[in-house]
Write a protein that binds this ligand. Sequence first.
Ligand code: HEC
Length: 131
Amino acid sequence: MKKLFVILSFSCVVISCGGNDSNDSKENSKEEAKQGAAAPAAKSADYQKGLELVAQSDCFTCHDVSQKKIGPAYKDVAAKYQMSDEVVENLAGKVIKGGAGVWGPIAMTPHPQLSNDDAKTMVKYILALKK
Ligand code: HEC
């Protein structure tokens, strides 16, 4: 898991350095190779895209993959829900609109700038973290 965190911080750095396309794709394939070794789920295109979107947004300010921060650990979210179209749709709506009450009294901030498709891809990545 430490490895994944390193990769995540790394992709933040790559992103904040800001978009040299050829560089980015080189880094991405390197990341893919590393993650392929760490987690079989990393092979799915949705997983990779979702991870990138989550890393680019503010999600990791409040969420960690395996530890509760302000929001629940993504692994706990993955353990709570079965992957299905309905669940993905509902959780994507929650990410966009924000809200509280499922994990406790603290609310997730809304993310109205996200498209429904991007939010769904992020949720698919999160749900794929199931142990
Ligand atoms: C300000 C802190 C904060 C940020 C930023 C944040 N979250 Fe959350 N998130 C929370 C909290 C708090 C909860 C628990 C809400 C609840 O109990 O209903 C939560 C819950 C969730 C859930 C589970 C929802 C449910 O109903 O079970 C998902 C999925 C999620 N967040 C994804 C994301 C994604 C993706 C992003 C980035 C776009 C993000 N979060 C950004 C605080 C945050």
